[in-house]
Structures are given as C-alpha cells and as structure tokens.
Design a protein around this ligand. Sequence first.
Ligand SMILES: *Cc1c(COP(=O)(O)O)cnc(C)c1O
Length: 461
Amino acid sequence: MRYISTRGQISPIGFKDAVMMGLATDGGLLLPERIPTVSREELAVWQELPYRELAFRVISLFATDIPADDLKRLIDRSYDSFEHKEITPVVREDGIYILELFHGPTLAFKDVALQLLGNLFEYLLRERGQRMNIVGATSGDTGSAAICGVRGKENINIFILHPHGKTSPIQARQMTTVLDANVHNIAVEGTFDDCQNIVKALFNDLAFKEKYALGAVNSINWARVLAQVVYYFYAWFRVADAGGSEIVFSVPTGNFGDIFAGYVAKRMGLPIRRLLLATNENNILTRFITDGDYSVGQVVQTVSPSMDIQVASNFERYLYYLFDEDPARVRNAFAQLAGAGRIDFTPQELARVREEFSSRSVNQEDTLAIIASFREKTGYLLDPHTAVGVKAALECTGRDETPVCLATAHPAKFGEAVERATGIAPPYPPALSGIEKLPTRCALMEADLAKVKAFIEEKAR
Ligand SMILES: *Cc1c(COP(=O)(O)O)cnc(C)c1O
C-alpha cells in the first residue's frame, strides 16, 4: 500500500515512510492510494475476532511494508497497557450503546492511537538507526497521551509545552508525574496559543528541525487515524451481535480525526448507516454539514475543551474524497480558505455530505443538563465530550436507527464539569489514584522561543 498527499505534490511512499513523515512535505495530508474494501464473508470472519486480532487484520491491510509478526507484536504491546480486557468495550444504557474508549493509561480515546504510534516510532527508529525529538503543544489530552505513548522508549525524546496553570490540574499532573528520562515537560507562562506559536516556530526553523530531527505527534499522522478505524469495526460487530441494525455512530468532534476514522471504516465496506458529527459551541463543522457554511469563527472556551477547535486539521482528508480525489480542487479550496476565511461548495457536493453525515451542535447548558439527566436515569456518568455526542444522538437518530455514542474520555478526567452538572465528583479510576501525591518534574519557562530552543538543545544532546 502506497501513500499520496491530498495536495498531490509528492511521489507515493510506503506506510513506514508515511508514519515518519507525519504531515506531507507539500503541506497536504497523507492518504492511502486506495482504500481497501472488505467483503461480507470477510466481515463475518472479523466479527468473531478479539480486539487485538481484529486490529491486526485492519491495520495489516494498510501497513503492508511491516512483517506480520512484527506488526502483531507492536499491536499486542500497544493494547497491553489498557485496563479493560476488551480494550474498547461497548455498554448499553437507556437504549443507547456507548463505546468506551477511555480504558487506556491516560483515560482518553487518544491512547488507542498514541500507544501504537509510540511503539511504531520506536520500531522504525531502531530499524533506521535514527533518533527523534518529538515536540508538541497541548491544552491537555494530547500531551498526556503522547507522553504516555513514548515514555521510556529508545531513541526518542519528547518535549511537551503546556500553558502553566491553564490545563485542568489532573491533566497537568498526568504529564508532569511522568519521570522517565526521555520526557520533558515545559510549563509556559502564557496561553495555549503561545505554546503553539513556539512549536510552529521551531518546526519552521528548518536548520533546527533537521539538526534535532524534530517529530510531531498531532492527529495528522496517518497511523493515528488508522488505529482508530479498528474500534468502529469492533463496536459495529458488538452492536450487531446484540441485534442492532442501521447503526449510526455519534462522534464528539474537534479535529475531525476520530470521525474521519469512521468514514474510512465506512468506505472499507462496514455498513455504517451514517456518521453523526457532534460539536460544542465551536460549530463550524455543524454549519458546514447543515447549511454548507464553512467559515472560520473565533474559538469559544467550553466544558468540553478538547473540542474547542475551529479549523479541524483532518477535515482536509475528507475534502479529498468529497472532491473526487482531485488534489487541484483541494489546493484551490485551501487557497480560498487562507485568503477569504471560507470554502465554497457546490450543491452536488453538499448533497453528498448530507448522505454520509448529519450534525448537531450542543451548547454548554444542554451538555451539563444531559450529564445530570443521564445519571438520574441510568446511574452512568458521562464526561462532557461524550455528553455532547449523547445529546446529539438523542436529538437526531431516526426510529429505525441504532445510535452508538463514542465515549472519548473518562468522567474523572473532567471531574469539575461532571460535579457541576450532578453534584457528584466522579471517583478516580486506578490510573489516577494517588496522583496528587506523586513527585513531578517540569521546567517553568517564559513564552520565549530562544529559551525553549536552548532547553531542547541541552536535553537532546
Ligand atoms: C481529542 C478529543 C476529542 C476530539 O477528537 P478529534 O479527533 O480531534 O475530533 C473529543 N473528546 C476528547 C475527550 C478528546 O480528547
């Protein structure tokens, strides 16, 4: 399987190179040259498989340049760190299926992808005799999952910048209590934007980027999307086993990574009826799907902070398919976005979007209300991101459809919002117990590019 860019200006590369490249060098995103399809007979076989074996079947179709035994080992190791034997179990509450994606080490769905990506990086760096310094900015979830994915790994250092005092206390501790020698937390005296601007400047300094072999772990890496395709199959099978049909996945969406994985599963032939894209007040994607209006607004802070995003980086991957795999049309669309802050679509394109997706935006008040009412009815605690998806599912799945809601974080991770909604602080799962008392290591730094650079130079030596 070879990989191409949505912008059409790189020559095709293999899976291993695609993982190492991250963002395509022409500024686009990498995609497989064609998406493999799975026959009904094959689906019937897959339906019987435990998670790890299913993951191997799915991933091996795309990662054809990694020997099967190696790939199996990488997958097994990645999911050994999960607390639940099913990895991503499906539960049923009040007639709604909930796909629990939060049983990994940092309690958010990002572990599913970042545990695998960490192991892939280690494997590829060893094979190539290379080192890598991962640099990233985080407002919370991605940083802790990325750190957990590469802690203690050979030939990798990780530098994660977070805004000092502006993540939730738990999120900060999930990062700074990791004491492995290759993990470097930087608390920046500034905002998330300051952190992100510093990281962008580091990557734009091509000499620095080259010299220190900077690598990224953001959700544009194809391996992250690929790892997430697996649980759409797994959940669809569990719901079908229980008699569900016309399955609709409701996906709380920020960067469009998670829901794009569902779209890939659908294109592979998994009979998903529809994908329901749930947003908070940052609803550009909802406006796009319902009104064809893709114009960038201001980011609003909400109780579901991991979805507080306006420009969703993975959306470009979907546009590539919407534009019939025409990279010139993708380039034009992003030129228009850069100039006018919006992209225009034809009526035919919008009609197609609405066959595949529907969407709802859920405000903060309704998010907190659904957390409270769901708990009263079922005793089940929803985290605020999951709650956005559950509310959207309750509002817009048809009578003949079976909704499956992706639970993207454990409620204890966003305990403040859950307590505000229900009066109950969610109990800590084992992964968090005693975290307040653990020792931490973190460098506090001004929002100053030169200082961050000097720090990386010193530690990377
Ligand atoms: C990252 C994240 C999301 C958004 O996922 P995308 O792939 O960016 O759309 C939703 N919920 C939680 C808890 C997250 O951490």
